[in-house]
Design a protein around this ligand. Structure first.
Ligand code: GDP
Ligand code: MG
Length: 441
């Protein structure tokens, strides 16, 4: 998926002037990518429509390149939908004991997340926490929470066989008040699928518990299903937020977008593993990047805007269009690359490039190489830089020695320059030079 999107944006950013049809075509591929990232169909459709409306607006024509603008709009819109408004992290735990109700399907990670959050509140906020398992379906479930409690040093409500979920909730409330706890976690039973019995039980528990927060725990690897789950739980029980688990796996995080779009409820935390510390406050930027799998292309766009002066682009474009591309031009380009974070930074930011980084390093394509090549150009005379064809064997030796390098290094540079010059000439004839240079920089 990441490669697919990388491909889409590669094409866009290289293309220069985009027509409205190009935007639509590109967004069709973005839509497929979203679906592959597990975003539900209606949410993906809606999202694409919004981006299309924005992308075909005035901003696109004014931008650096339309392709880069589309990338930014897609990314910004993702973050906007994911982040929503209001802070995601702080749990409402004033007026102790504050009850936090944990709901969700079986196996979504409720019990694990309960313990993780309890530990967090204890360690970070110094809160006294009580956890109670309301999972009467599987006796092992209660013991699971008890074992986790012992492990993290958080109290659990003693297990009494034969009680109903509501009875346990009641006892937890009483124990919470009597025991002077700040926070009570109620870890409910899940089902494999939504059913009436489950919903009735959770509703009754909610009525008894009067929770300050009702957190829906959802497996981040589920896509389509997640939306139904969220809709059901929010409609029947009312949720105050979502915790996405298993974001350490292959999941693309599409569930996050679906949840947000459908329920409008904030995603508060993400689970990143089975360990008790593997939980983090939700960050929209990170998940947006993950859904798109496109590296930090937006950062690249912004960086390019910062460092590149339009004037320089014009000037160079004019030269290149005439088929002029000498050593000074090559040097300017290399310096530009270093300014933008060097080969490593550039490649890390480009979609699909990260995986080539090792190969590139092996081939000696790195910042050191750039600097060596700049040193070679620096040791040329003015005349030689303007006209590399002058370079006969004796001159080559002098230049290489001046840079402290071998003639073979210089030959490699010359070959590279020749290839680029030819490419420039071709592009210049096509008349798409200016756009190409801008998008290249
Ligand atoms: P519950 O049925 O909703 O209470 O789910 P559990 O808390 O028992 O979790 C089910 C399984 O998922 C357990 O093996 C957990 O260790 C695992 N799990 C929970 N959260 C995460 C997570 O964020 N990442 C990973 N990799 N595994 C998780
Ligand atoms: Mg459980």
């Amino acid at each position: 998926l990441s490669e697919r999107l990388g491909g889409v944006f590669d094409r866009l950013t290289k293309q220069g002037a985009l027509t409205e049809a190009d935007v639509i075509t590109a967004l069709r591929e973005v839509r497929v990518a979203l679906l592959e990232a597990d975003v539900s169909l209606p949410v993906a459709r809606d999202f694409i429509k919004r981006v299309q409306d924005k992308a075909t607006g005035a901003a696109v024509t004014k931008s650096i390149t339309p392709g880069q603008m589309v990338v930014k709009i897609v990314h910004d819109e993702l973050i906007r939908v994911l982040a929503g408004d209001g802070p995601a992290d702080a749990l409402k735990i004033d007026n102790p004991p504050a009850t936090i109700l944990m709901v969700g399907l079986q196996g979504s990670g409720k019990t694990t997340t309960t313990a993780k959050l309890a530990k967090r509140l204890k360690d970070k906020n110094g809160k006294r926490v009580l956890m109670a398992s309301l999972d009467t379906n599987r006796p092992a479930a209660m013991e699971q929470l008890q074992i986790l409690g012992t492990q993290i040093g958080v109290d659990t409500l003693p297990i009494v066989k034969g009680e109903s979920a509501v009875q346990i909730a009641r006892r937890a409330k009483t124990q919470g008040s009597l025991g002077g706890y700040d926070v009570i976690f109620l870890d409910t039973a899940g089902r494999l699928h939504i059913d009436e019995v489950l919903m009735d039980e959770v509703q009754s528990v909610r009525d008894i518990a009067a929770p300050r927060e009702t957190l829906l725990v959802v497996d981040g690897l589920t896509g389509q299903d997640a939306v139904n789950v969220a809709t059901e739980f929010d409609g029947k029980v009312g949720i105050s937020g979502v915790v996405l688990t298993r974001m350490d796996g292959d999941g693309r995080g599409g569930a996050a977008l679906s949840m947000r779009a459908v329920t409008g409820k904030p995603i508060r935390f993400v689970g990143l593993g089975e360990k008790m510390d593997a939980i983090e406050v939700f960050e929209a930027e990170r998940v947006a990047g993950r859904i798109l799998g496109m590296g930090d292309i937006v950062a690249l766009v912004e960086k390019a805007q910062e460092t590149f002066e339009a004037e320089q682009a014009e000037r160079m474009a004019k030269r290149f269009a005439k088929g002029l591309f000498n050593m000074n031009d090559l040097k300017a380009q290399m310096e530009q690359m270093i300014k933008m974070g060097g080969m490593k930074g550039l490649m890390g930011m480009l979609p699909g490039m990260a995986k080539h980084q090792a190969a590139a390093a092996e081939a000696g394509i790195d910042d050191k190489m750039l600097k060596r090549q700049i040193a070679l150009i620096n040791s040329m005379t003015k005349k030689e830089r303007a006209n590399p064809d002058l370079l006969a064997a004796s001159r080559k030796k002098r230049i290489a020695a001046g840079a402290g390098l071998d003639v073979s290094d210089l030959n490699r540079l010359l070959k590279q320059h020749k290839q680029m010059a030819e490419m420039m000439k071709k592009m210049g004839k096509g008349g798409m030079m200016k756009q190409a240079i801008k998008s290249m920089m």
